[in-house]
Design a protein around this ligand. Structure first.
Ligand code: ZN
Length: 112
């Protein structure tokens, strides 16, 4: 129960447009990453959170790795198609086996 309170707190302190990974929340709330991901996915389904997909290039120099974002799986697919899986910045392949899913806090709509 304490863990769930922590998770709730972590989500509450997010401001609109803040980005968070399930891994970070899992560490902070001490809940299994998979469970956190399930909860966040449900919130995304409820439209409380937005989902964003991030793909990285395979540049062997860690400081030179580039990230590309997509808001939907379709957008991600289009990105891969238009770049032919090649980083437009450095020419290394995009690593489609390591796509990171992050969650974005949405502006809360208040109805009176
Ligand atoms: Zn690159």
């Amino acid at each position: 129960m304490e863990s769930l309170r922590k998770l709730d707190y972590e989500l509450t302190i997010l401001r609109p447009d803040d980005i968070v990974s399930s891994q970070l929340i899992a560490i902070r709330s001490n809940i299994a990453n998979k469970t956190v991901k399930d909860i966040l996915m449900n919130l995304a389904y409820d439209s409380s959170l937005g989902v964003r997909y991030i793909i990285f290039c395979n540049n062997p120099d860690k400081d030179m790795v580039h990230a590309f974002e997509a808001d939907t799986p379709k957008e991600l697919k289009n990105l891969l198609k238009s770049t032919q899986h090649i980083c437009s910045e450095c020419g290394y392949p995009l690593d489609k086996d390591d796509i990171k899913i992050v969650f974005v806090k949405k502006e809360v709509q208040v109805h009176y």
